[in-house]
Write a protein that binds this ligand. Structure first.
Ligand SMILES: *Cc1c(COP(=O)(O)O)cnc(C)c1O
Length: 236
């Protein structure tokens, strides 16, 4: 049970927030520049509500079908939703306007589709570009080597605003082993920022999950996506 049996969601939320603060301070960063996104896949609306009552304000969902009823059920709260899972092009139309930030733009084609649908809806969708830092063939994302060039091709899309990068490093047992990947993501964002491409910002780095979010914060994460450390182990 992840060592959390018996602890309430409220206690875990407070624990994660205090770890984030400590990690930011340890590395000389401003803690207010790091936001906690609670990853709510497989978590019931009742348990999400417990988390919201305990102070969660940003929620991340992976699947469109699972997200839509939860967004509706929590419509009266102040939460903002982020889309963090792999997004199929044919699903884009059904989520435009519902998510404050899409973390997982992993191809130029997907970027174009989001731009097109956001344009139809008359809004600008904020996104992050997902980078495949580990070079894993099973994982989505842009190859680091292609990124600078491809960002320039997406920059002119007027209904898409690129805010930064997201990555899911290969799973490691020790959180410390993920550090080189987090450094690589930060340096990649710096390389893109150095190109000063009009309309492209590299202000946000979405990296770090339950196992390694503290290390990610030390290395510059501005958005951490934490699920099981808040809601307990997933059973599916
Ligand atoms: C599930 C998920 C998380 C959270 O994972 P935990 O290990 O439970 O913290 C973060 N990011 C993405 C994209 C996820 O799918």
């Amino acid at each position: 049970m992840n060592g959390f049996t018996g602890e309430s969601i409220a206690v875990r939320v407070r624990g994660v927030l205090s770890n984030i603060r400590a990690a930011a301070e340890k590395s000389g960063r401003d803690p207010s520049r790091v936001q906690l996104i609670a990853a709510t896949k497989t978590v019931s609306v009742e348990r999400i509500r417990e988390g919201v009552d305990a102070g969660l304000s940003l929620l991340g969902e992976n699947r469109v079908q699972e997200a839509l009823p939860k967004i509706e059920a929590l419509a009266r709260t102040q939460v903002r939703w982020h889309f963090i899972g792999q997004l199929q092009r044919r699903k884009v139309r059904s989520i435009i306007g519902l998510f404050h930030l899409i973390h997982s733009v992993d191809s130029v084609e997907l970027a174009h589709e989001i731009d097109r649908r956001a344009g139809e809806a008359g809004l600008v969708q904020e996104v992050l570009l997902e980078v495949n830092v580990g070079g894993e063939s099973t994982k989505a994302g842009f190859r680091p080597d292609d990124l600078v060039h491809l960002v320039a091709t997406m920059a002119p899309l007027t209904h898409l605003r690129i805010k930064g990068l997201m990555a899911i490093p290969p799973p490691t047992v020790e959180a410390e082993s993920a550090r080189p990947y987090f450094i690589q993501i930060r340096e990649l964002a710096q390389a893109v920022a150095a190109e000063t491409i009009p309309g492209v910002m590299m202000d946000e780095l979405s990296m770090g999950m339950s196992n390694d979010y503290a290390v990610a914060v030390e290395e510059g994460a501005t958005l951490v996506r934490v699920g099981s450390a808040i809601f307990g182990a997933r059973h599916v």
